[in-house]
Design a protein around this ligand. Structure first.
Ligand code: NAP
Length: 236
């Protein structure tokens, strides 16, 4: 089974890399920006840069070199960063921060779909999964705030839905889904997880194991949906 993990240096991405690398039936490609993750027996590290689309095309060619891809997981995303903090109020909104949220949480997934979805196998079940967030649900938004993160994940989910419709025409056994991983203790949640009860804060390893279990169960009938780590639908 050929597996591609994009964002392999992130909290959940590196835990997923570990979980799939431990499966000897997997041929794993671990992709990260700036520097290629270390290669090992069944793991090939590949560098890519979402601001240089040619690097995505090259990375996709490397990953498809050993045959059709069975599974792609995009674990890229951003909640806070250089000069970007989740907005508490309308007065905190800035065009630059909105653009940065959209790029990390939606554009990267769209570009990953553009370059990697065509490499998915057509003759057997294949999955493209991209990490979303429950906060991207419009109907479930009761608390407000975090404009850029919420909006960029909602846009991400529309990209997933739209790509699922297109891909169904050529890849009858493919499934394109968004996944809410739960609240996970990573760099992304670090400053914002103090009030989360320990029982509701997963380790990255727990999250990766649950995501893997979910990905073993999904099929073409789930394509276009956003599911949480337990397989429950996240409302649009
Ligand atoms: N942790 C949670 O509780 C939680 C909850 C709901 C959804 N999610 C989603 O799960 C995904 C993974 O989150 P995480 O907790 O693992 O976060 P993380 O540890 O901060 O990892 C984020 C990953 O995204 C990459 N990234 C960020 N901005 C990028 C950009 N502009 N271009 C390319 N790569 C970029 C990072 O690359 P570098 O390593 O190079 O910085 C890193 O690999 C995200 O989509 C997040 O929204 C997480």
């Amino acid at each position: 089974m050929n597996v591609v993990i994009i964002g392999a240096r992130g909290g959940i991405g590196s835990a997923l890399t570990q979980v799939y690398a431990n499966d000897p039936s997997c041929r794993l490609f671990a992709l990260a920006r700036h520097r290629a993750p270390p290669s090992r027996t069944n793991v090939t590290g590949v560098a890519l840069d979402f601001e240089d689309e040619a690097s995505l095309a090259r990375a996709a060619e490397i990953c498809a070199g050993d045959g059709d891809i069975d599974l792609v997981i995009n674990a890229v995303g951003m909640l806070h960063g250089d000069r970007v903090r989740p907005e508490k109020s309308l007065r905190d909104i800035s065009a630059d921060a909105l653009a940065a949220y959209l790029f990390a949480n939606c554009t990267c997934a769209a570009l990953a779909l553009k370059h990697f979805a065509p490499m998915l196998g057509r003759s057997r079940r294949a999955v493209f999964a991209s990490l979303s967030a429950r906060l991207g649900s419009i109907s479930d938004n009761r608390r407000g705030g975090w404009y850029g993160y919420r909006a960029s994940k909602a846009a991400h989910n529309m990209i997933i839905r739209t790509a699922s419709i297109e891909l169904a025409r050529t890849h009858k056994q493919a499934c394109v889904i968004g996944i809410h991983p739960g609240t996970v203790d990573t760099r992304l949640t670090g400053p914002y997880s103090k009030n989360v009860p320990p029982s509701q804060l997963f380790t990255a390893q727990d999250a990766a194991i649950r995501i893997r279990e979910l990905l073993q169960r999904v099929g073409p009938g789930d394509s276009g949906r956003v599911l949480d780590y337990d397989g429950r639908q996240v409302p649009a």
